[in-house]
Design a protein around this ligand. Structure first.
Ligand SMILES: NC(=O)c1ccc[n+]([C@@H]2O[C@H](COP(=O)([O-])OP(=O)(O)OC[C@H]3O[C@@H](n4cnc5c(N)ncnc54)[C@H](O)[C@@H]3O)[C@@H](O)[C@H]2O)c1
Length: 433
């Protein structure tokens, strides 16, 4: 007789769609016996934590079985720490399921896994999402899920395919799995502050990390290593980081902005004298501050600020003003009073719990469109700021500016354009070495 486990394995070869429909069938999960076999792509800080969160999210039958990264070192570190923390019951990563390189994602996805965690730099996400959906895997994906218009459109296609295949996809916009946020937003939707008339959100913090290029690194290796500072890998911090706060406002508004206008620059990452500016191939090209005004279809304006400059005031928050009051959403406050009194689970664990439970119920969550929409909101803000022009939703969504290098290989050389100058209508010419 074929065991359920053998069936799952066999189905991988027979076809992803078969695995999927069987994997999520209600009866198959009634006893909670089927194993969730997890592959992780991107074994850095967040990926390592996400793997642990995943193991802690389900009481039984969840196992980390495959790891991939472009570098071996983070994999080795994580394999050691997972094994020593959780033991063989929860972790089974033999050498043949350790994958290093730009194609590691394909190897993880095609291992004997049915659930993948995508935690590489965001620029790779559309490619990895497409491959995981194609293979019929359930997905936990870190945010953002795209860094440009073409990436957004690939996500929307993957979302539709995942819906057809009944795949679960949960995104690392963890506030949507955080009890206090859920409670506060529900009250706002129920009318606690009346109709929303204005909104603001911030991620104003200090400088982000910077990793020096190591001897022997190719351009692509350096970009994967120091990924935060390059547009194609990161999307800039309005997209990579501030998406969290922008997503909360989209959620509260139950709508997406139709246009954006913004200003920003790179006031501390570069010296003020352009002649002294460092080579963008080393220093990168992202801004360190953005102030963007987003307008929603009903005319409501969201003021969004984000900054990565040490020594300035910090503020990470989301607030709304309505016809009947105000909400400080991040503090779970309505009209100055904290409304959420419940107990909060760690949202980084809760997001995996919610995904796993939805798969086991046979009603998989699919958040890919929601997180893609919030990623594009931030991309639209970045485009408006970089150009100094108003950018509409349609312009951002249909943009053909593809930031991903053509025919990417590990050894290719990469040009890096300097940070854009708003108003110039074009990028500055690259600095000659
Ligand atoms: N939800 C949150 O609160 C939260 C917090 C931190 C980071 N993140 C997100 O998690 C993602 C990863 O961030 P991080 O802080 O872990 O960065 P990190 O640099 O610590 O880890 C990224 C890992 O990906 C690897 N990598 C790079 N390119 C790769 C590729 N093409 N294929 C496979 N592996 C590749 C790197 O070698 C590195 O080990 C980002 O999208 C980030 O926005 C989310």
């Amino acid at each position: 007789m074929t065991t359920r486990r053998q069936f799952l394995r066999g189905s991988v070869a027979a076809g992803a769609a078969a695995v999927t429909s069987s994997f999520i069938s209600r009866s198959a999960y009634a006893a909670g016996r089927d194993e969730i076999r997890v592959g992780l792509i991107g074994c850095g800080g967040r990926g390592s934590d996400a793997a642990m969160n995943n193991v802690l999210a389900a009481a039984e039958n969840v196992k980390i079985v495959s790891l991939g990264d472009v570098f071996k070192e983070p994999i080795d570190r994580l394999r050691r720490s997972l094994t020593s923390k959780f033991g063989k019951d929860k972790v089974d990563i033999p050498d043949e399921r350790v994958h290093v390189g730009l194609d590691a994602y394909e190897k993880v996805i095609n291992d004997d896994v049915n659930y993948v965690i995508l935690a590489t730099p965001p620029g790779f996400r559309p490619l990895h999402l497409e491959a995981a959906v194609k293979a019929g895997r359930h997905i936990f994906t870190e945010k953002p899920v795209c860094v440009d218009g073409p990436g957004y459109r690939r996500c929307l296609k993957a979302y539709e395919e995942a819906k057809t295949k009944k795949l679960g996809i949960v995104a690392g916009t963890q506030r949507r799995h955080q009890a206090g946020y859920l409670d506060t937003i529900r009250r706002i939707h129920d009318g606690a502050i009346g109709e929303i008339v204005s909104a603001r959100c911030y991620w104003n913090g200090g400088d982000i990390w910077f990793k020096e290029r190591l001897p022997g690194m190719t351009d692509v290796a350096y970009h994967c290593y120091n990924w935060y500072h390059f547009l194609w890998t990161c999307g800039d911090h309005i997209v990579e980081q501030h998406i969290h706060n922008i997503d909360v406002i989209n959620w509260a508004m139950q709508a997406l902005p139709v246009r954006a206008t913004g200003m920003g620059g790179r006031s501390r990452r570069d010296p003020s004298d352009p002649r002294e500016r460092p080579d963008p191939r080393v220093a990168g090209q992202i801004f360190d501050h953005f102030a963007v005004e987003f307008t929603y279809p009903n005319g409501v304006v969201l003021n969004s600020y984000c900054r990565q400059i040490t020594g300035c005031d910090g503020n990470i928050s989301e607030a709304l003003v309505g016809t009947k009051g105000r909400a400080q959403v991040n503090e779970y406050q309505i009209n100055g009073k904290r409304v959420f009194q419940g107990r909060e689970q760690n949202p980084y664990i809760q997001e995996h719990t919610d995904l796993i439970e939805s798969i086991r119920r046979g009603e998989p969550l699919n958040e890919l469109k929601t997180v893609a929409d919030s990623s594009l909101t931030a991309i639209m803000g970045r485009m408006a700021t970089y150009t100094g022009r108003e950018v509409t939703w349609d312009e951002a969504a249909n943009s053909d500016v593809d930031t991903y290098p053509k025919n990417l290989t590990w050894d290719m050389s990469l040009e890096v354009a300097p940070a854009p100058i708003p108003g110039s209508g074009q990028r500055r010419r690259p600095r000659r070495s």
